[in-house]
Design a binder for this molecule. Structure first.
Ligand code: KIV
Ligand code: ZN
Length: 505
């Protein structure tokens, strides 16, 4: 097989990243984008873990019809049954059963013998197989498990009906050459291996997740589990965009393809970053802000003469928008709509009207409106649509002599207009205190950061915040040319997520 199956686990392992919780609608939005990106399998969640996760998997299974939709289950009858209940409406459902295999996990966590684990794995795969044709099995912590035992487990689960066997480097311990030998050993020593696809799932604790995945692919693995922007438990998972672009850019070496439409990579990365609140580091390969920026004079000279002197990939192949000046305050609705279409947005008439109104307001404050501004503006509009409380008015007084004071007027969920004012140590503190008086949900602010979307003094500021309540973290984002307004929007966004989560359980 000369095609690598891209198994995206952004919505499961990615969402497990501390502070990256998504609500059901956000998960559906990401799943739709992953479908456009062309992933083969979406691991949509772990249905037994919460009613919200179950609902999200079910909704995605119903709505997203092209990829395989996979639900994760630990090796218990209830978890397998729940995973099936969630995915069974999918056009192509998959159940993914996992169970620890290493002696470390068996001894200290599960307190079971190898024989017991083997039997649990076999019987849970057989149970899943009664429901679904497509069953995956993962021996967790495989990279720290004796190879002979893994071979035994794989043979048993394939006989029980597993169609994909996944080798997880759960704790990111593997080294490429060693991991590759492990994969090659599986092909040599598991007699029924030709009846299953061999998959890998690598964590990034030593920064080797992508290298380990590529080495496994070289040794014959034909499914790779990965996430957008590499998010995931602890240091994250193998980054999908890096694997896909490595396979594409070095086709001469791998001679393999994927079904990914690479021009969708940048937009998918932005959406995941936007909804999870995990900012992409500037030097991140493929999608970081500096990934295609040349600073040294010699490099700039080379790129101007011929891009391949210092660029191994065309930024357009990844869908990175040109940062050229596009529109200004005299641009009409037609030009705005055309630019949105060129950037790949298709908005309903109502959303277009709202976005155009926001564009006009921005163009009044900012002379040059770039693609990045438009992206930020659309993201802001999409946040506004799912509001519970809405900021109607905001007024702040501050300065080196004054006492920072904020007056806030909100539109409550029942349409009632409520207003209050507060003093603070600074303008943001005052605004947050005034909002707290109106909304009345105790929480702790754990993170606050401001970034500018483009260069220039009139740039839009994007604020990212995280708040914590009852051990759960909620992320909020807001954008505006006024960073106090952006801060207020971000706080309101986080509170709205918190309130929605509390309502839906
Ligand atoms: O890292 C891991 O082992 C996992 C499994 C559930 C595949 O995420
Ligand atoms: Zn994992």
């Amino acid at each position: 097989m000369d095609r690598v199956i891209i198994f995206d686990t952004t919505l499961r392992d990615g969402e497990q990243a501390a502070g990256g919780t998504l609500n059901i609608q956000e998960k559906l939005q990401i799943a739709r984008r992953l479908e456009k990106l062309g992933v083969d399998v979406i691991e949509a969640g772990f249905p037994i873990t919460s009613p919200g996760d179950y609902e999200a998997v079910r909704l995605i299974a119903k709505e997203v019809r092209t990829p395989v939709i996979c639900g994760l289950a630990h090796a218990s009858p209830e978890a397998v049954d729940r995973a099936w209940e969630a995915v069974k409406v999918a056009a192509r459902p998959r159940i993914h059963v996992f169970l620890s295999a290493s002696d470390i996990h068996l001894m200290y966590q599960l307190k079971r013998s190898r024989e017991e684990i083997l039997e649990m794995a076999r019987s849970m795969v057989a149970r899943a197989k009664k429901y679904a044709d497509d069953v995956e099995f993962s021996p967790m912590d495989a990279s720290r498990t004796e190879p002979e035992y893994i071979h035994q487990v794989l043979r048993a689960v394939i006989d029980a009906g597993a169609t994909t066997v996944n080798i997880p480097d759960t704790v990111g311990y593997a080294i490429p050459e060693e991991f590759g030998r492990r994969i090659a050993g599986i092909f040599r020593s598991v007699p029924n291996i030709s009846r299953a696809v061999v998959s890998v799932h690598c964590h990034n604790d030593l920064g080797l997740a992508v290298a380990n995945s590529l080495e496994a692919i070289k040794q014959g693995a034909r499914q790779v589990e990965c996430t957008i922007n590499g998010i995931g438990e602890r240091a994250g998972n193998a980054s999908q965009e890096e694997i896909v672009m490595a396979l594409r850019t070095r086709r001469d070496f791998f001679n393999l393809t994927t079904g990914i439409d690479t021009t969708q990579i940048y937009k998918t990365s932005r959406l995941v970053s936007e909804l999870t609140g995990f900012v992409v580091q500037p030097n991140k390969a493929i999608i970081g802000a500096n990934a295609f920026r040349h600073e040294s004079g010699i490099h700039q000279d080379g790129v101007i003469k011929m891009p391949i002197t210092y660029e191994i990939m065309d930024p357009k192949a990844v869908g990175i928008p040109a940062s050229s000046l596009v529109l200004g305050k005299l641009s009409g609705r037609h030009a705005f709509k055309a630019r949105l279409a060129e950037m790949g947005y298709s908005l309903s008439e109502e959303d277009l009207n709202r976005a155009f109104q926001a564009f006009k307001e921005l163009a009044d404050k900012k002379k040059e409106v770039t693609d990045k501004d438009i992206e930020s503006l659309i993201a802001e509009e999409q946040r506004t649509v799912s509001e519970v409380y809405h900021i109607d008015r905001l007024q702040v007084t501050c300065g080196d002599r004054g006492i920072p004071t904020a007056a806030v007027r909100l539109v409550a969920p029942d349409g009632q207009v409520v207003a209050d004012a507060a003093l603070g140590t600074g303008p943001v503190d005052a605004v947050y205190k005034a909002i707290n008086r109106l909304v009345g949900v105790p929480n702790k602010l754990t993170e606050f950061s401001v970034n500018s979307v483009t260069e220039g003094i009139d740039a839009i500021g994007e604020v990212l915040i995280r708040i914590e309540t009852d051990g759960t973290t909620y992320t909020g984002r807001g954008a505006d040319t006024d960073i106090i307004v952006a801060s207020a929007k971000a706080y309101m966004n986080a509170l709205n997520r918190l309130l929605t989560a509390k309502k839906t359980g």
